[in-house]
Design a protein. Structure first.
Length: 269
């Protein structure tokens, strides 16, 4: 059989500069979606390049490509390099042939971005492209903080959360739910003592699952509640009650907010 597929035009994002402390891949992709809109890359491919992307670990690259669809993209791509090939080598014994952009490839447009002054970003209810810098929503009270999902439930995300909450306590009345993205991540976090650090701070660490992200279980929101989440979507009713509010942010911003009981800039801790 055959699959009908229109070859999409490509928008290239060339990313330069250097992230501030506790600013990273999730903030970058939220900023991009906020700039171009939820339909800004409809049926397009989004290609990410530049020194900032090349310096990222594979987990951060996965976060960015994972959320390309939230701008309507057909796919999100980053040219594979030695980091990617090493990551794949440890997960399969199949022969892999990397595919890269052709030299002189044509793009619908190229967008240059400098992350040096980028502050933590927050997608506000109830659309992923309703993005604001954390300074504009800081102080918003929360009932729940969630770290997990295919977007930001990897070991690097849990390490950042543990670094922020280590030796501290989650704000009284806030549910802080941490859901590792896979069994592999769960075991690695267990070996590194990350789960213990999170639990000592007051987090509820669950088994690997989609969980609260899609409103399945273990963290459903009640009417009138507010959650800040490291997941990828904040549509009305996504995590429970249609009368709940969902803010999207990086694991660092989520963890900092869990400590304070309100949306918080992690750079201030």
């Amino acid at each position: 059989g055959k699959i009908w597929l229109k070859v999409p035009e490509t928008i290239k994002f060339n990313v330069v500069g250097e992230f501030q402390k506790f600013v990273g891949a999730k903030d970058l992709i939220l900023s991009i979606i906020g700039q171009i809109g939820a339909d800004g890359a409809n049926y397009k491919a989004m290609e990410f390049d530049g020194p900032v992307i090349k310096n990222m670990n594979v987990s951060d690259r996965l976060t960015i490509c994972n959320m390309a669809v939230e701008a309507g993209a057909k796919t999100g791509i980053i040219n594979p390099d030695e980091k990617v090939m090493a990551y794949i080598k440890n997960r399969t014994d199949r022969q892999i042939t990397p595919l890269k952009s052709d030299a002189g490839a044509s793009y619908e447009k190229i967008i240059d971005l400098d992350v040096s002054s980028l502050e933590p970003q927050v997608a506000c209810p109830s659309s992923v492209d309703n993005v604001k810098p954390v300074s504009e929503v800081e102080g918003t009270p929360i009932d729940q903080a969630f770290i997990g999902s295919c977007t930001n439930g990897r070991i690097e995300d849990l390490r950042i959360a543990a670094e922020i909450v280590k030796g501290k306590k989650i704000k009284n009345g806030v549910r802080f739910i941490v859901t590792p993205a896979s069994h592999e991540v769960y075991l690695q976090a267990l070996r590194e003592g990350i789960l213990e650090t999170l639990a000592e701070a007051g987090a509820c660490v669950s088994n690997p699952t989609c969980g609260a992200c899609f409103g399945g279980h273990m963290g459903l929101l009640a009417e009138g509640e507010t959650c800040i989440s490291s997941s990828n979507r904040n549509f009305t009713g996504r995590m429970g009650s249609p009368k709940a509010k969902i803010y999207l942010a990086s694991p660092a911003t989520v963890a900092a907010s869990a400590l304070k009981g309100e949306i918080t800039d992690p750079r201030r801790l």
